[in-house]
Write a protein that binds this ligand. Structure first.
Ligand SMILES: *[C@@H]1O[C@H](CO)[C@@H](O)[C@H](O)[C@H]1NC(C)=O
Ligand SMILES: *[C@@H]1O[C@H](CO)[C@@H](O)[C@H](O)[C@H]1NC(C)=O
Ligand SMILES: *[C@@H]1O[C@H](CO)[C@@H](O)[C@H](O)[C@H]1NC(C)=O
Ligand SMILES: *[C@@H]1O[C@H](CO)[C@@H](O)[C@H](O)[C@H]1NC(C)=O
Ligand SMILES: *[C@@H]1O[C@H](CO)[C@@H](O)[C@H](O)[C@H]1NC(C)=O
Ligand SMILES: *[C@@H]1O[C@H](CO)[C@@H](O)[C@H](O)[C@H]1NC(C)=O
Ligand SMILES: *[C@@H]1O[C@H](CO)[C@@H](O)[C@H](O)[C@H]1NC(C)=O
Length: 925
């Protein structure tokens, strides 16, 4: 650990002995909620902070950050090194129907590797935090909500890099502050601004504000600063805040820019106190405008008989808010507007969590599994809501009558021991359970008679008899595998046949699985020696290309894993003769002018632009020391890339391995990535037209086909996405970034338990839940890319309305209802041939089938896209010819033709293998 930190540079000095920083502040400011042995610290404001060790006892994730600025001591930060996609949550105790302020502080992220993550209250996304944008400045996210339960989750959802947090504060708001929500538990307010007008000094917070709202002074506000010595007393706003104000003889303008570019509702609170005792009612009267709309006419602070008044406004806005107070022109009005403080809060509607029953059950399941598996990697990712915004690893959720429920549990090959958690039997919508090849003991639990269980797979554990009778009376059970459990009796085929079950009758089809942890240790020790011999044999065998493993052979499985990562295949050796260049570090530094121009960041590290001595423009990928991908990926990429050459794949020019640096050199692709072109910055300059999009899709598909059929074996890309499809100067598509590539498991392998890798929004749900990787996972991701090309939308955007977060989920229903105009990029309207578009959309739909068996191969996709391109090009030619005769109704002629819709079942077979719409999932084996 220390070594790793050492390479991070000077700013991270050492690990904190105790992680002080993250603290949870509850009830009152004086006492933290936690027991005495908790270490606590009091800051200069008198706020007591306690550590979050209770939530995350793992000290390894706690970093103390010291930096050469004042007040730097004692700044810790917790970073979460989690998989992708992944989230972590603090589950905070709340009281039902109590209003709360919750504030996360994400300062000091700039000391870390680049990262980007979203903040959720419950499952409602309220902000995005980036380590890059917080450079040196403080960044905090504050929300106000009404508790709907006895706890609330505060979650960080990773997009890129490691999420981090330095402080977390939860404060009950007293009954005087209930005006924020007016009892509405259906919304969350996110603080945009809370300004103490007329102040130039320090923030005002606890103890002046008992709720520790932070009132900041506003730099750059224009107006006259007024100080008053009022002793007016309200519990709504701290008196210190009311003692200053901003005034103007004519108009007071308060501008807030940089708001969300989409339309949102905002609630604005304005606080007024007349600081000048000599002013009478009617002498200071003004109108209040929000974005040029008059929202208050003739507002007089003293109009209600008091010198204090508040105004609450609900407005809808995008981009910016302009609050303007204008003096009423009337002879009796002598004074211009004044304002003491204001707040702007953005209104989010509360997103519905998963069905409460399932949430409770999954919490129990987690607790039950945790007892024997506290080291489990899978369980360490189980935080917050089990289904939203992404399901826990190993779960599949569905939306049933409006709420998310758990329907499948896939936890095979996870080294889980102890009892099968009995709680799973109470999941109402659970229909598939796969717990095969773990170390579970005890009996198979009894499912309720009302259970909708269809498939149960508990092979390869150490379960004991009897199999509960009730299992055989489950109405919907069609599949039952229980072989390779030495203490479970085999069933007679006849008795199970009566039940019309697909089953293995309890017969073990592989080698008997390990019977206990102890035996596993012995096996492992034996494997050490066996391995050496086995590797020898293996090399021999691989070279003869006759080696294949038996299904579910545990020993074979282990050996296989090692073999894949360490032994180059014959193809590698042969093709290695394609030479790639070795660059010196000096040469790289000269080419990039010491890493001057950063053009991108990825999982691997940073990408810089450079020019080689011979004038060739290159992109130089430098592995960041903190990159979660390791040397293994580096070598992977080298081995693969050097051997694979295709016009639609980005070739590797060379590499540099000096001084522990891992650097790859590629040709520079002058037109950036498909993602930039579709919805990035570049898209604003020039919209990609439809024929170009089509040819890019086709190019990328050809590149992937080459990978999938490379030298008779299958190379799976594993991270197909629009940002990995680059465009050269002639807009030819080239697939990039083979860092995640792996040789595909060969026929006969058991499930490859590789860690799930990929990018949220593109992940094949089947791969994600079963971790079984196949070329069809790339096909799924490619389907998502096709949808991006069609719609111009990003695959995952939680800043859109809830039902549009996922491109796939949003687009599917429209395609099924044949309303593709709804999903086509508005920039393409009328600029495409309907049939060509339909071809592409149909391919995309087939690609994103949940079951990989139904997805087409890349070669099929290439054929379909070629057809689409031909149709499109012919149409363009046709139109050109019409144009030359001065035709004005350019596109109407073509589009009137009815698009190709979904063929019926019989037609499907002849028309295209892609368009069939299977109704039921295939039987598992
Ligand atoms: C966030 O934490 C930093 C460091 O402790 C502190 O200086 C800053 O005031 C905090 N910001 C908020 C809003 O609490
Ligand atoms: C952080 O501060 C720098 C300079 O102090 C400023 O340029 C930058 O915009 C700030 N970033 C944010 C997100 O406020
Ligand atoms: C404000 O009023 C509260 C009770 O309403 C009282 O306890 C407090 O002392 C008052 N503060 C001042 C400054 O008058
Ligand atoms: C804003 O509020 C109105 C009325 O409360 C509601 O109909 C509308 O959907 C809200 N708009 C957004 C973007 O939340
Ligand atoms: C803000 O609104 C006021 C009143 O509608 C208008 O006169 C002023 O020009 C606006 N200012 C900006 C910067 O938009
Ligand atoms: C603003 O909207 C909230 C609900 O979002 C409502 O409770 C409140 O009464 C509204 N306030 C005004 C002034 O319309
Ligand atoms: C069994 O499956 C049928 C059809 O899918 C469904 O209607 C029924 O509700 C299921 N039975 C149970 C107990 O879930």
């Amino acid at each position: 650990m220390m070594e790793r930190l050492g390479t991070w540079g000077l700013r991270l000095v050492n690990l904190a002995a105790f992680c002080f920083l993250i603290l949870v502040q509850s009830s009152s400011a004086q006492n933290g909620e936690f027991c005495e042995q908790q270490i606590s610290t009091t800051d200069t404001n008198g706020i007591v902070w306690t550590t979050d060790d209770l939530y995350f006892p793992d000290r390894q994730t706690c970093h103390e950050i010291s930096r050469p600025v004042e007040n730097s001591e004692g700044n810790s930060i917790r970073t979460f090194d989690i998989g992708d996609p992944g989230k972590v949550c603090y589950s905070l105790t709340t009281k039902l129907d109590q209003d709360y302020l919750v504030r996360g502080n994400f300062s000091y992220g700039d000391s870390l590797a680049p990262s980007l993550f979203d903040i959720f209250i419950g499952v409602t996304p309220i902000a995005q935090v980036s380590s890059a944008s917080s450079s040196g400045n403080e960044s905090a996210v504050e929300g106000i909500f009404r508790a709907r339960n006895d706890h609330v989750d505060f979650c960080l959802l990773k997009t890129e890099g490691d999420p981090y947090i330095s402080q977390l504060e939860l404060r009950p708001l007293d009954s005087d502050s209930d005006y924020y929500l007016n009892g509405d538990s259906g919304i969350v307010l996110k603080l945009i601004k809370r300004v103490n007008l007329g102040s130039t000094g320090e923030d005002i917070r606890y103890p002046d504000d008992p709720s520790d709202r932070i009132w900041k002074s506003e730099a750059g506000a224009i107006g006259e600063i007024i100080h008053g010595t009022t002793n007016f007393n309200t519990t709504r706003v701290p008196i210190k805040v009311l003692q200053t104000a901003m005034a103007s003889s004519d108009r007071l303008v308060l501008l807030s820019s940089g708001l969300e570019t989409q339309q949102y509702n905002y609630t604005i609170f304005l606080y007024f106190l007349e600081l000048n005792n000599s002013i009478r009612p009617g002498e200071r009267v003004f109108d209040i405008y929000v974005n040029s709309e008059k929202t208050r006419d003739g507002f007089d602070i003293q109009g209600k008989g008091s010198t204090y008044r508040e105004v609450a406004l609900n407005v809808t806005a995008r981009g910016s808010l302009n609050l303007t107070l204008v003096k009423v022109s009337n002879e009796s009005v002598v004074f211009g507007p004044i304002c003491n403080a204001y707040e702007i809060l953005q209104v989010y509607s509360w997103s519905q969590e998963s069905a409460q029953g399932d949430v409770d059950v999954m919490m129990n399941v987690k607790t039950e599994l945790w007892r024997s598996n506290s080291e489990s990697k899978v369980l360490s990712t189980w935080w917050g809501d089990p289904c939203l915004p992404i399901p826990w690893q190993g779960l599949v959720c569905d939306n049933i009558s409006g709420s998310s429920v758990v329907t499948k549990i896939h936890l095979s090959w996870k080294h889980l021991s102890g009892l099968i958690p009995p709680s799973i039997t109470t999941l109402v919508h659970l229909n598939e359970v796969n717990l095969s090849y773990n170390l579970f003991t005890g009996q198979i639990p009894s499912f309720l008679a009302s259970s909708s269980l269809r498939s149960l797979d508990v092979r390869g554990n150490d379960l004991t008899a009897p199999i509960p009778e009730s299992l055989f009376s489950l109405p919907n059970l069609t599949t039952l595998y229980f072989g390779c459990n030495p203490h479970l009796i085999k069933a007679s085929p006849a008795s199970l046949n009566d039940l019309k079950l697909t089953t293995d009758y309890g017969i073990c089809t592989g080698v008997e699985s390990s019977k206990s942890k102890r035996e596993l240790v012995i096996v492992a020790a034996a494997i050490g020696s066996v391995l050496i011999i086995a590797l020898g044999i293996l090399i021999f065998c691989l070279y003869r290309r006759k080696f294949s493993f038996k299904r579910y052979d545990m020993k074979g499985y282990i050996i296989k894993k090692n073999a894949v990562s360490s032994i180059p295949s014959k193809e590698d050796l042969v093709l290695k003769s394609i030479c790639i260049q070795t660059f010196t570090l000096q040469c790289i530094e000269a080419a990039t002018q010491k890493y001057k121009t950063l053009i991108g960041e990825g999982g691997f590290g940073s990408v810089f632009r450079g020019t080689l001595y011979d004038g060739q423009e290159v992109a130089v990928k430098v592995r960041s020391a903190t990159s979660t991908q390791g040397t293994r990926e580096f070598e992977n990429e080298l081995n693969l890339l050097s051997a694979i050459r295709h016009e639609n794949l980005v070739p590797l020019l060379g590499f540099c391995c000096e001084n522990d640096q891992q650097i790859l050199v590629y040709p520079f692709m002058s037109n950036g990535s498909l993602q930039d072109r579709l919805y990035g910055e570049a898209s604003k300059r020039k919209i990609l037209d439809w024929p170009t999009r089509l040819s890019i899709a086709l190019g990328a598909a050809r590149g992937l086909t080459h990978l999938h059929t490379f030298a008779g074996r299958c190379v799976i890309h594993r991270d197909v996405k629009s940002s990995n499809i680059l465009l050269d100067q002639s807009m030819n598509a080239k697939v990039a970034d083979f860092g995640f590539s792996k040789y595909a498991p060969q026929e006969g392998d058991s499930c490859a338990s590789l860690e799930v890798r990929g990018t949220a929004g593109y992940l094949d749900p089947e791969y994600y839940s079963t971790q079984h990787l196949s070329a069809k996972s790339d096909v799924f991701s490619f389907g998502v890319v096709l949808l991006e090309i069609v719609s111009g939308r990003e695959p995952l955007n939680i800043h859109r309305p809830r039902n549009e977060w996922s491109l796939v989920e949003w687009a599917k229903p429209y395609i099924r209802e044949q309303k593709i105009e709804e999903i086509v990029d508005p920039n393409l309207k009328g600029m495409y041939h309907a049939e060509a578009m339909w071809r592409v959309v149909e391919v995309a739909l087939a690609c994103i089938e949940n079951y990989s068996d139904y997805r087409p191969s890349m070669a099929n996709i290439v054929r379909e896209l070629e057809d689409a391109l031909i149709i499109e090009n012919n149409a363009s030619e046709y139109m050109k010819s019409i144009d030359s005769f001065g035709g004005s109704n350019r596109f109407s002629i073509i589009i009137e033709k009815k698009a190709v819709l979904f063929p019926t079942q019989e037609q499907a077979a002849e028309v295209s293998p892609l368009s069939s719409q299977p109704l039921a999932p295939p039987e598992p084996r």
